[in-house]
Design a protein around this ligand. Structure first.
Ligand code: FDA
Length: 321
C-alpha cells in the first residue's frame, strides 16, 4: 500500500496540472511550510541563525528544479551566488546545496557546466562549500563525472550525494573516497526501476549501513581531517537520514574504528525529527540541517509526502477542518 502511495506522489511531483491545482490550495501551501523556511532568502537566514544558536549547522537550498530555459537557469545561478554572499555577510554557519537541473542540466551540459563553474568560483573565494544534490538515476553518472571534473580542476569545496537504493552506489563511493570527495549519503527520494535500485526497503537500509562504513573508513584513511569549525566545509561522511537505526549504526561504527565525532556529521531535513537533531548535538555529534526556501516548493513537498504517507493523512484531515 505504501509502495503505491509513494509511486503516486512521485508521479504527481512531475505533473504540471497537479502542480497548478495543489499550489493554488491555501491549506496545501500551509502544510508545505512545515518543510520550508519561507519564501525569501532572509527567512532562511533567520531560520539558520536559530539553528546555529543551538549548535546545528545548515545547508541552504533555494527550491527549484528542471529549469526549462537558459534565462531561468542563469537567474537560478545568480540567485545561488547571492546566497553565497548572504552567508558570507551574515556570518551564519552554513554552506549551500544546489541541483544541476536548476542551473540548466536538462538544457545542455555546456550551459550547466558554465553555470556550475560560476557558482564554484565565487563560493571558493568565500570559503563556502557547495553540495550537488542527486536527482533521478538518469543523471547519476553525469553528476558524479561533473563533480569530479570540478574537483580535478582545482575546486576542492564541492561534493556530492549518493543514494543507498542504487546498486551502483558501492562502486561510486569507493571511487569518490579515492579523491577524498565529501559525500552526503541518503537512501534516495525518487522512483527507480528494479534494474537500477533495490526494490526492498530492508536492502536499501542494509546497503546504507555498508556505505556508511565505507565513507567512515575513507575519512579515517586520510587522517580524519574532519570539517571546518565555521560549519562551512563538511567532513567526507555526511550521514543524511532520520532513521534512528541508521544513526545508531553510524555511531557504533565510528566508535569501532575510533573515528572522532568531528570527522563525520549527521544531516536531516528542516521540519523533520528536530528532537533527534537536538539530542545528537547534546551528545557531541555534528548535525547539519538542510534548509530550503523559495516559492517552488511543490516537487520537494511531494517527495516528502511520498516518504511518509502519514503526512498525507495529516494534510487530508486539514482539508475537512
Ligand atoms: P526513512 O524513510 O526510512 O524514514 C525514517 C524515519 O524518519 C521515519 O519513520 C520518520 O520518522 C522520519 N521521516 C522520514 N521522512 C519523513 C517525512 N517526509 N516526514 C516526516 N517524517 C519523516 N534524496 C535524494 O534522492 N537526493 C538528495 O540529494 C537528497 N538530499 C537529502 C539531504 C538531506 C539532509 C536528507 C536528510 C535527505 C536527503 N534526501 C535526498 C532524501 C532521502 O533520500 C530520503 O528520501 C529521506 O531522507 C527519507 O529517508 P530516511 O533516511 O529519513 O529514512
Amino acid at each position: 500500500k505504501n509502495y503505491m502511495l509513494r509511486s503516486f506522489f512521485i508521479m504527481l511531483s512531475k505533473v504540471k496540472w497537479a502542480q497548478k491545482l495543489i499550489m493554488g490550495m491555501g491549506f496545501a501551501r500551509k502544510m508545505a511550510t512545515r518543510f520550508v523556511a519561507g519564501d525569501k532568502l532572509s527567512d532562511a537566514i533567520e531560520a539558520i541563525k536559530g539553528l546555529n544558536k543551538i549548535g546545528i549547522f545548515a545547508t541552504l537550498d533555494h527550491l527549484g528544479e528542471n529549469t526549462t530555459n537558459e534565462t531561468e537557469a542563469g537567474k537560478a545561478t545568480q540567485d545561488v551566488i547571492e546566497m553565497v554572499d548572504a552567508i558570507d555577510q551574515s556570518g551564519i554557519q552554513s554552506n549551500i546545496s544546489i541541483k544541476l537541473s536548476q542551473i540548466g542540466y536538462t538544457l545542455g551540459i555546456d550551459l550547466c557546466t558554465r553555470n556550475l563553474k560560476a557558482i564554484l568560483e565565487y563560493a571558493q573565494q568565500k570559503g563556502i562549500f557547495v553540495r550537488i544534490d542527486m536527482e533521478d538515476s538518469t543523471t547519476t553518472e553525469e553528476t558524479i563525472r561533473l563533480c569530479l571534473e570540478m574537483r580535478q580542476s582545482g575546486f576542492n569545496r564541492v561534493g556530492i550525494v549518493i543514494q543507498s537504493y542504487l546498486y551502483r552506489s558501492e562502486d561510486d563511493i569507493r571511487k569518490l573516497c579515492q579523491s577524498a570527495t565529501p559525500v552526503r549519503l541518503c537512501k534516495g527520494a525518487y522512483k527507480e526501476p528494479e534494474i537500477v535500485a533495490f526494490p526492498k526497503k530492508s536492502d536499501v537500509d542494509e546497503n546504507y549501513d555498508k556505505l556508511t562504513s565505507l565513507l567512515m573508513d575513507g575519512e579515517k584513511s586520510i587522517g580524519s581531517p574532519g570539517g571546518s569549525d565555521n560549519g562551512r566545509t563538511p567532513p567526507i561522511p555526511a550521514i543524511a537520514t532520520h532513521d534512528e537505526k541508521r544513526v545508531d549504526y553510524a555511531k557504533s561504527y565510528a566508535d569501532k574504528i575510533e573515528l572522532s565525532r568531528e570527522a563525520f556529521e549527521f544531516q536531516m531535513l528542516y521540519g523533520i525529527r528536530r528532537d533527534l537533531q537536538e539530542t545528537l548535538v547534546k551528545e557531541g555529534y555534528h548535525v547539519r540541517t538542510y534548509v530550503p526556501f523559495g516559492t517552488q516548493w511543490y516537487p520537494y513537498y511531494m517527495r516528502r509526502l511520498a516518504e511518509r504517507p502519514a503526512n498525507l493523512w495529516f494534510m487530508v484531515s486539514n482539508l475537512f477542518r
